[in-house]
Design a protein around this ligand. Structure first.
Ligand SMILES: O=C(O)CCC(=O)C(=O)O
Ligand SMILES: [Fe+2]
Length: 264
């Protein structure tokens, strides 16, 4: 079923008011303690930039201010990435983030051994024609609805996750668990190798996927131009509906943190 239908049937996301923050001018000081507290407690924050900005400058400033370490998208060390439709000049492979297609529910970088803790998306231009809306699944809620049998399998059995061609640096896949013992999730169904999954694993993945798409589990939200969302990428799954406006433009970054892990 298209994500747009799931979106239409979804309830709107509800988050505590503290998760909404405002920045009034571009050199406003960021409260490190407050932002860390919000991200640690809720795993989600939406910052409104009350000044016009078409770059990722504030995004980078926020990540730096809270002690985050930007993740590199590829071996060229790129940390900011444009999520926007790009004209296909035939032969070249167009990255998923440069297409109009919907994105089904997923976490980012599920094919990497060391997954970035957070993703950040800054909306340079939202979709003026009602496309590019987002869905969210809170993994902690999802797991409470999973059968014990499925949870045990997802936590104990490795799956083979195929590394997308453009990110292969040698290895073609990794072996990893969908859910770890602390309920961190890595999930992008389409790159899980289906060939030698056990029957029980297949059933568990089906249950997980079915739950994600139920209105009791997922929540819809719409980001507007000038909003910056930070999201715990090991806890939340996200999706987006198909893009209708060719000028929709997001800047994406991912980052590691120390503050939301227990490190002795
Ligand atoms: O376009 C969006 O709203 C989300 C993009 C996304 O999920 C991604 O680039 O991984
Ligand atoms: Fe994503």
């Amino acid at each position: 079923m298209p994500i747009n239908n799931i979106y239409t049937n979804s309830y709107q996301l509800k988050i505590p008011i503290i998760c909404y923050q405002n920045l009034s001018f571009d050199n406003q000081k960021i409260s490190k303690a407050l932002y860390q507290y919000i991200l640690n407690s809720y795993g989600i924050m939406i910052i409104n930039l009350n000044y016009p900005e078409k770059t990722g400058d504030t995004l980078v400033k926020v990540v730096n201010s809270i002690g985050g370490e930007l993740h590199e998208h590829n071996d060229q060390g790129i940390t900011l990435w444009d999520v926007k439709p790009v004209q296909n000049n035939n032969s070249e492979h167009v990255a998923r983030s440069h297409q109009l297609n919907e994105f089904v529910l997923h976490t980012d970088c599920s094919y990497e051994k060391n997954i970035p803790d957070f993703i950040a998306l800054y909306v340079v231009n939202h979709d003026k024609f009602g496309g590019g809306k987002n869905l969210l699944v809170d993994g902690l809620t999802l797991i409470q609805h999973l059968s014990q049998k499925s949870l045990t399998i997802l936590q104990q059995e490795d799956v083979k996750i195929i590394i997308p061609m453009e990110f292969q640096k040698g290895a073609k896949y990794i072996q990893a668990k969908i859910i770890d013992e602390n309920f961190n999730i890595r999930y992008r169904r389409s790159i899980i190798d289906q060939t030698d999954l056990s029957k029980d694993m297949q059933t568990a993945l089906d249950e997980f996927d079915k739950l994600c798409h139920l209105p009791i589990i997922n929540r819809g939200f719409e980001l507007k131009t000038g909003q910056l969302i930070l999201l715990n990428n090991r806890r939340f799954l996200h999706a987006r509906t198909e893009i209708k406006d060719k000028n929709r433009h997001l800047i994406r970054a991912r980052f590691f943190t120390k503050f939301n892990k227990f490190i002795e």
